[in-house]
Design a protein. Structure first.
Lengths: 407, 728
């Protein structure tokens, strides 16, 4: 136990000091931490799910408080809570079904059909499979004639525990924790595999001789573009540099290394270039429940330019970036103001910063994120396929249970 | 841990020394400023625990050290050490996973030098410092990365044994008017080798050279072909030191101040040949809170987020994070703001604080648990915790410590510092720059070096309990219902008060300085020829180099010397005239000046010759004048020159009224008799003087009869002439 606590403390410390950056890295660390919390949590006989939920919630609250701006932390915590609830439900219904079968009573529980329909799989696996089938068969796959079933991931481990289906209390205890950890493992796989999942769809969106604009740097975007390149599509990429951190420069470097035709432009040149662009592809920091996007600063400007010229504005987001909250005043409350030294050199301007002088003084504001309202977004590409902004709430209902929205 | 290290064999330790130093990054944090700049506040609480934007300073320093990868910190406590240790025990620092915090207590140390010597002694006992370490003081706010810098220092040390210290500097332009940095410290002049970054010269303006000139040793330029001299650098007081630094302090027991003594000492000493290097940081922030002005500046920098991630909306050291809203307003979630209250940009409002109707708050920091009445104006001020401010108060550019009560209608003028639990009476106006404390000002205040610690806890408690008894009788300094003593500003520091205060430099002071600079400029201009015409080189050099007054003084001295020698060696009048003429040309003087100077030296000679009475002096003078009247006569050909002589004489009489004064008329008469002076000259002098002040007329009155006689004589003469004409 103490080592879990110290792990939590260390991660909280890192989050606080902003030592971990990037939503994927944060999400991965969070889910791994939660897995060890769950595996170390001693479970009482009665009401085990509640104990687990309480433990996860307690840690989750600490983590969220440590860096409230990094929404991925909260998302992952809620996902884990959802997994626990789902597993609990499926176990009880399974038990109920077993009793039902024995007693041959016709108790029409809604979940009965689910429990009977997939007797061999734990609920999380079922849900994951269900989500994968959500993705509509693309034109590409239809033409190539690949069997659809290949895309549904079945893990061998989930099949292995299919035998342990007894109504015995003690084995139930072990089973819940086991299933939850199984589900969390699934989640870890999902988070680390989201790039590939998203990149797989690249070929359907990027066409020959197109011009793509992106802003800042995102690993998802990089993989997405490279995947299209690997499929022998030839296209050009404009990279807006993403001042003041200039991560676009890094992206451009990587793209060129992978053999893509790349052009770097300043952020302010986006509007001038947009008429030549066929599609804007952006990596998000978070996607809110209303379909609004929080992305690197400058994204809103690019979205408005795209709207003006009727260029599709596509947002790539792993499912861990889906946030079940509706944004309120996101420009301020979900933003992080970083040090002004990224914008200008303290020494050069030190004489203007003197408040003592009374006369005008220089203030520097350096927001990290931008908020793009849902009406500017044409398409979301998540690991489960492409979605409309208005469909986000439905996805969120799939991933999170309503009890956890307020932690 | 120390015991373990000792357990290992000596040889093994030395072998592994390098490896160990690689493993552990250590820092010494001086939790005492060894100065009195924050008095009276620091009488009751150590400086490092004073809140800056609602978080104690030491938390900023420790959070930064932890972030920068330091693994072990020795906190050196001196003044109020119990308070510091108590605070650290309560905070999360003692149980921090990545940072080991150890406290070292010493009450004997009265300076940074003493502290390091104490560390050195301790070190030999328990071997705490194993390698290079970071030396900072507990009032440093920074976010600079250290690991690379330490590595750089180590690499350099490996190449050059003598490179014992790396000093962190940061560009920060100082005000051209006040010659003071943003942080309220004096302007810093440093000379650095641009290639190696070695520090060659370090000089704080004012302290070293009030004259405003910088002296660089010529040998510097010989050994270093190029030298970069800059005055827009700010010393961050963050040093990476090798263990040699400690032993240097041990060897030189008179080193007290880190910069004034140690750095200067190392730079001057070429026997040991130790070197100090500099490291300039660009994108990160570092500053030390040294006085009330830097308290203000650094607070503003924190609010402006230059110190990110050590900003109020991030929980970096167990502080409760505030919520950042638009316009840079940080607000605690449970702060109660009246709807009509106007909270302006760049303000901070702490937990549990209530702000009443119609309040105006601008550019200020308000701590936790404060209660602010209605219609209060708070501008550019720092209100700490649990302060009560009643209705209608006005607070501008002040620091208000914990537990202060400000009764209705009171006004704090700019630069006021109210120490803990002071009560300001109803409608009382606290004058600008005053420092108020419940404790009385210590009467025997020696100097800067005086230590801030008393045996704090006990002494303060005693004083406080004693104070309560006196309160009723002596508390009227802050109004009838107030409590506290207004500290007197020690002499000399009074002019400087505005420089180091929280308040911005007042407009009139700035105007004054600008005026002074402008005056200097116009002076310069008056010397430079205004028209386009060129003066000859010699001329312009003369005028540039010397003040006319100085010239005359030199000339007079030369003439005096010449005359003295002439008298002693009995040189011929012609030769003396020649010499004086030469002087006249070389100093560009008029012959009237020569006359004055010659006469002055003659009279001086007369006075200097030993004499017992006035008559004897007269005789001396008479003999000299008789002997040298030709010399004098050479220059007094015109009336103007003669008047000059009389004026000079009058001046001399005024200078020594006892000796020459009574003889004025007699000598004047003598000069007249000897034909040195003509009656016209004397009469014109009298006319000129007639209009002068009473004080100037002393000698005119004295020779009244003589002049009267002269006048009559001339009239007679005129009459005679007329008679003669008539006769003709």
């Amino acid at each position: 136990m103490p080592d879990v606590q110290s792990m939590v403390a260390e991660f909280v410390n890192k989050l606080r000091k902003r030592k971990i950056e990037g939503s994927q890295a944060t999400a991965k660390c969070t889910v791994e931490l939660l897995r060890s919390v769950i595996s170390h949590q001693r479970v009482p006989h009665a009401n085990q799910a509640a104990a687990l939920i309480d433990a996860v919630k307690a840690v989750g609250q600490q983590l969220v408080a440590a860096n409230p701006v990094e929404l991925a932390v909260g998302n992952v915590v809620r996902r884990v809570l959802h997994i626990i609830r789902e597993e609990d439900l499926s176990l009880t219904t399974a038990a109920m079904a077993g009793l039902d079968l024995l007693d041959a009573s016709d108790d029409d529980d809604i979940d009965n059909c689910k429990g009977i329909g997939y007797p061999a799989m734990s609920a999380a696996v079922v849900a994951a499979a269900a989500r994968s089938t959500l993705r509509p068969p693309s034109l590409q796959t239809l033409l190539e004639g690949t069997p659809e079933s290949a895309t549904v991931p079945y893990t061998s481990s989930s099949g292995a525990d299919s035998e342990s289906k007894t109504a015995d209390k003690s084995s139930l205890t072990r089973k819940l924790k086991h299933d939850v950890i199984e589900g969390v493992n699934q989640l870890i796989q999902e988070i680390s595999g989201c790039h590939e999942q998203i990149a797989e769809q690249a070929i359907e969106h990027i066409h020959q001789n197109e011009v793509i604009l992106t802003l800042g740097s995102s690993r998802t975007v990089l993989e997405f573009l490279c995947a299209a390149k690997e499929k022998k599509r030839s296209f050009r990429v404009f990279v807006a540099e993403g001042a003041p951190r200039y991560q676009g420069h890094l992206l451009a470097k990587e793209l060129v290394a992978r053999g893509l035709q790349t052009t770097v432009i300043t952020d302010s040149a986006v509007f001038a270039m947009i008429s030549r662009v066929n599609m804007v592809i952006i990596g998000a920091h978070a996607v809110m429940a209303n379909g609004g996007v929080i992305g690197p600063v400058g994204v809103n400007m690019a979205a408005l330019a795209a709207k003006k010229h009727a260029v599709p504005f596509v947002v790539l987001a792993g499912s861990h970036k889906l946030c079940p909250l509706y944004p309120h005043n996101p420009e301020v409350l979900l933003n992080e103001l970083r040090s002004p030294s990224e914008l200008l050199d303290f020494g050069e301007f030190s004489d203007c910063l003197d408040f003592g002088a009374g006369s005008g003084s220089l203030q520097v504001v350096n927001p990290t994120f931008d908020y793009v309202p849902p009406n500017l977004v044409s398409l979301f590409i998540t690991d489960t396929g492409g979605h409309n902004p208005s469909y986000m709430y439905r996805l969120i209902a799939d991933y999170y249970s309503a009890d956890d929205l307020v932690m | 841990m120390g015991a373990q290290k000792k357990g290992g064999g000596g040889a093994r330790v030395s072998e592994d020394a390098e490896e160990q130093s690689r493993q552990r990054l250590q820092a010494i944090l001086l939790a005492d400023s060894f100065a009195t700049k924050f008095r009276p506040v620091t009488l009751e609480r150590p400086k490092v625990l004073l809140p800056i934007v609602n978080v104690p300073m030491i938390d900023y320093t420790l959070a930064w050290l932890e972030y920068a990868g330091i693994e072990e910190v020795f906190v050196f406590c001196c003044a109020h050490s119990t308070q510091i240790i108590e605070y650290l025990e309560k905070s999360e620092w003692y149980s921090h996973p990545n940072l080991v915090v150890r406290t070292i207590e010493s009450h004997k140390s009265i300076s940074a030098g003493d502290a390091l010597r104490y560390m050195y002694e301790q070190q030999t006992e328990t071997s705490q410092i194993q390698g290079d370490f970071v030396l900072v003081s507990g009032d440093t706010v920074s976010n600079m990365p250290l690991a690379d810098l330490i590595q750089e220092h180590r690499d350099r040390k490996k190449k050059d044994e003598k490179a014992i210290m790396t000093m962190v500097i940061k560009q920060s332009k100082s005000s051209s008017l006040t010659h003071q940095s943003r942080l309220g410290t004096d302007q810093l002049f440093i000379a650095v080798d641009p290639l190696t970054k070695q520090l060659l010269h370090y000089e704080e303006d004012k302290i070293d050279h009030p004259s405003g000139s910088v002296c660089l040793d010529k040998s510097l330029l010989e050994s270093n072909p190029s030298v970069l001299v800059c005055n827009d650098m700010q010393d961050c007081y963050i040093d990476i030191c090798s263990p040699e630094v400690l032993s240097l302090f041990e060897d030189n027991f008179d080193y007290q101040h880190l910069r004034r003594h140690f750095v200067k000492g190392v730079l001057v000493d070429d026997i040991m040949g130790y070197k100090i290097f500099t490291h300039e940081i660009h994108s990160s922030y570092a500053a030390r809170i040294d006085n009330f002005r830097s308290y203000d500046t650094v607070s503003k920098d924190i609010i402006q987020r230059w110190t990110y991630p050590y900003v109020p909306d991030i929980n970096f050291s167990g502080n409760r994070p505030l919520r950042l809203g638009r316009q840079g307003i940080y607000r605690a979630c449970d702060a109660v703001l009246s709807r009509s209250a106007d909270v302006g940009a760049s303000s901070v409002i702490g937990y549990g604080t209530k702000i009443g109707d119609g309040d105006k708050i601008l550019n200020s920091v308000i701590g936790n648990g404060c209660c602010i009445g209605s219609n209060v104006v708070i501008e550019g001020s720092y209100i700490w915790n649990n302060v009560t401010i009643e209705d209608g108060c006005e607070i501008r550019n002040a620091i208000v410590c914990d537990g202060v009560k400000i009764r209705a209608g009171a006004v704090l003028q700019p630069g006021v510092v109210l120490s803990f639990n002071v009560v300001v009476g109803r409608d009382f106006v606290v004058p600008a720059y005053s420092k108020v404390s419940l404790l009385q000002q210590p009467t025997t205040e020696d100097s800067d070096d005086e230590l801030e610690y008393a045996d704090s806890s006990s002494a303060t408690a005693d004083q406080l309990s004693g104070l309560n008894l006196q309160m009723e009788s002596k508390a009227s300094e802050l109004g009838p219902d107030g409590a506290g003593y207004i500290w007197e500003v020690c002499e000399g520091a009074h002019d400087e008060e505005w420089k180091h205060s929280v308040a911005p430099i007042p407009e009139d002071k700035l105007a004054e300085i600008t005026q002074a600079i402008d005056d200097d400029d116009t002076d310069d201009e008056s010397v430079v020829p205004t028209s386009g015409e060129l003066k000859s080189d010699a001329d312009s050099i003369n005028t540039d180099m010397n003040d006319p007054n100085d010239d005359y003084d030199y000339f007079e001295k030369e003439v005096e010397g010449t005359v003295l020698r002439a008298v002693e060696e009995n040189i011929k009048v012609d030769l003396v005239t020649l010499e004086i003429n030469g002087l006249r040309l070389s100093y560009n003087m008029e012959s009237a000046d020569c006359a004055g100077a010659t006469f002055y030296s003659m009279m001086k000679l007369a006075v200097d010759t030993p004499h017992n009475s006035a008559s004897e002096l007269y005789k001396n003078a008479a003999s000299i004048i008789t002997k040298w009247k030709e010399l004098l006569g050479f220059y007094v050909k015109k009336i103007d020159e003669q008047i000059e002589v009389i004026m000079k004489f009058e001046e001399m009489c005024q200078e020594s009224p006892k000796e020459l004064g009574p003889l004025f008329t007699q000598i004047l008469h003598l000069l007249y008799d000897k034909d040195v002076l003509q009656e016209d000259a004397i009469l014109r002098w009298a006319e000129e003087k007639a209009g002068a002040d009473e004080a100037d007329k002393v000698y005119l009155k004295q020779c009244d009869t003589f002049i009267q006689w002269l006048k009559e004589a001339s009239e007679e003469e005129d009459e005679d002439d007329e008679d003669e004409e008539e006769d003709d």
